[in-house]
Write a protein that binds this ligand. Structure first.
Ligand code: FES
Ligand SMILES: [Fe+2]
Length: 339
């Protein structure tokens, strides 16, 4: 098992057409995607078998992909079905097939698994995506850092009062209890007694400053899910899929999925604006962090609240070592922190 055995988002479904090939990169692999003659998506290595030209710069003809150099034509299975210099029709001789990868099209996203056998049967799906009474704003951002540091940031509460005061969470010094668990390749943290002013929209989300429900979770190898429940009528989920492009670059697909009753249709503009403003601040701090790691690659130090990050690292380290993180022993721990 390795990171290649998992599903990763490589595009939004609307980006893959039958007109133009789409280029993507994942774990250092170059990919070309196109909508084939069956209307489904083919994902293959972005390299022509003939003389190593990028197929993503070729063209699509009736759901098949034509290389721009000498015109070799690839079908939905990445099989060469025509070589113009050999005349029309299917070429004789050896079976020529380029590396082709598993694809799933789910909830408007295109997932690819690079390995023969995916560890998980299906990709992780955002809670309540396209549900009745729910809406989703999808944001895509390129972070100059690796997946581990990105996912840690997305479920890290202590930084929010420093990096995102006013717009996300103000420092108020409340005593909050955290119940943490590592199980089945996931880490879950339940926050209790949380009642912060939530930035600009506290007056709307939590007007009486009451305790709200808050759960953060990480799911192997690259997904984080944050959920807030304000009373019984307002719910907000943040699901982030962190995609490893290279060791220092991560493409993050963030779904902000919410249900605010009658206000749901009106909230889209504000959710997008505020969500992107928070991410813009994280882009800066994560770029700073990776630059410093490259200069001084020393081990991190931890405080008690970082235990969840240590568990996330243990899961990712297990995969890196070729092990199944679901075999790690289950762990539980509770702490109190001031935020
Ligand atoms: S390099 Fe693609 S057809 Fe020659
Ligand atoms: Fe943040």
């Amino acid at each position: 098992m390795s990171f290649k055995n998992y599903w990763y988002v490589v595009a939004e479904a609307k980006q893959i057409s039958a007109k133009k090939p789409f280029r993507a990169e994942l774990l250092g692999e170059w990919l070309v995607l196109f909508r084939n003659d069956e209307g489904s998506i083919t994902a293959m290595r972005d390299r022509c078998l003939h003389r190593s030209v990028k197929l993503s710069e070729g063209r699509i003809e009736n759901g098949q992909l034509r290389c721009m150099y000498h015109g070799w034509l690839y079908n939905k299975d990445a099989q060469v079905v025509n070589i113009p210099s050999e005349g029309s029709g299917v070429p004789k001789g050896p079976c020529r097939k380029a590396p082709r990868f598993h694809v799933r099209e789910v909830d408007g996203l295109v997932f690819v698994c690079l390995a023969e056998t995916p560890t998980l049967a299906e990709p992780f799906r955002s809670s309540h995506y396209a549900g009745k009474g729910w809406a989703t704003v999808r944001l895509v951002n390129r972070f100059k850092n690796n997946v581990t540091n990105c996912v840690e940031n997305f479920v890290d509460v202590p930084h929010t009062t420093f990096v995102h005061p006013k717009i996300f969470r103000d420092p108020e010094g409340h005593l909050v209890r955290l119940e943490m668990e590592r199980k089945d390749g996931s880490v879950k943290v339940v926050y209790q007694n949380e009642k912060h002013k939530l930035g600009l929209f506290s007056w709307f989300l939590n007007p009486k400053n009451e305790t709200y429900e808050h759960i953060d979770s990480f799911h192997q190898p690259n997904v984080t899910a944050v959920e807030y429940h304000f009373g019984s009528s307002k719910h907000f989920y943040i699901t982030s899929q962190s995609i490893p492009i290279t060791d220092t670059e991560t493409l993050v697909y963030t779904d902000l999925t919410y249900s605010f009753g009658l206000f749901t249709p009106l909230a889209r503009y504000f959710v997008r604006k505020l969500g992107q403003a928070v991410i813009d601040q994280d882009l800066v701090i994560l770029k700073n962090q990776m630059e410093t790691i490259q200069k001084y690659p020393d081990a991190f130090q931890n405080s008690p609240v970082d235990l969840m990050h240590v568990w996330i690292e243990s899961i990712r380290d297990a995969i890196e070592a070729g092990k199944d993180p679901r075999d790690l022993p289950e762990k539980q721990h509770a702490i109190e922190i001031r935020i």
